[in-house]
Write a new protein. Structure first.
Length: 79
């Protein structure tokens, strides 16, 4: 029974992925929409900063705030 469910889930996932890939074909990007005004492209440094450095910085800030909140709570219980 477990094998059947795994096969069904795999078929559903692969079918969904295939349909998404077919629907988002790069061919559709060749035609411009009315009012479309693309800006300039990002440089490599801009891309790395936006998609790597910024999320890591946000994660570090949130983790630091959580750790600060946890330490203050421990100090209140001890005192």
């Amino acid at each position: 029974m477990d094998k059947k469910n795994a096969l069904r889930a795999g078929a559903l996932a692969s079918g969904t992925t295939l349909m998404m890939l077919l629907m988002s074909s790069p061919v559709f990007a060749l035609t411009r929409d009315d009012g479309d005004d693309p800006g300039t492209g990002l440089s490599v440094i801009d891309t790395i900063g936006l998609y790597v450095v910024a999320p890591l910085a946000i994660f570090a800030i949130i983790a630091g705030l959580v750790m600060l909140g946890d330490k203050s709570r421990k100090q209140q219980k001890q005192g």
